[in-house]
Design a protein around this ligand. Sequence first.
Ligand SMILES: Cc1cc2nc3c(=O)[nH]c(=O)nc-3n(C[C@H](O)[C@H](O)[C@H](O)COP(=O)(O)O)c2cc1C
Length: 181
Amino acid sequence: MRKDLGKELMFMPLPVLMIGTYDGNGKANVMNAAWGGVYDYGQIIISLSKHKTTDNLELKKEFTVSFATKDTEKISDYFGMVSGNKEDKIEKSGVHVSKAPHVDAPIIEEYPLTLECKVISFEDGSLIGEIVNVSCDEAYLDENGKPDVDKMGIIAFDMVSNSYRVLGDVVGKAFSDGSNI
Ligand SMILES: Cc1cc2nc3c(=O)[nH]c(=O)nc-3n(C[C@H](O)[C@H](O)[C@H](O)COP(=O)(O)O)c2cc1C
């Protein structure tokens, strides 16, 4: 037996994306965004209402996206609870910032994996960005030079229980396990 739960927005897992931008004074800001994903090859989409971040995006047209981790869970939630218009989130959280090499946007050093993006369009609250570079803290690369998801402790947003969860065990191989059914 199945039970209807009605017209609910239950979609999972969602990412925990940290959008890094600079304002007109070169001040770095970060916000938390879970309503995001892949748009096309090399492109991402994030659904955004109005924030300091969107003002910055309209000005600079460039941004970074980092993936929140178990170690950065508390500050990542903070980055989603308070606006940079009210507090200096960088100063209060104590994170370390450097300018991204390929875009005019900040890299937050505490996040191991970061996408550097240019705005393709931002219409009706849908931000579409082109990834121009990806960088990863070397300490989180595996022996093949790829980002090690387990080592990074990347977290996902569970919108049913309003919780952050660490990505779990590998349970199979994609484009492979389905071949012998
Ligand atoms: C878990 C979580 C997910 C969020 N996802 C989004 C989102 O996808 N889109 C959005 O517009 N705001 C989202 N927010 C809200 C913003 O992060 C929040 O309004 C933030 O204060 C904006 O910061 P800013 O004004 O410094 O840019 C989310 C917040 C949390 C805690």
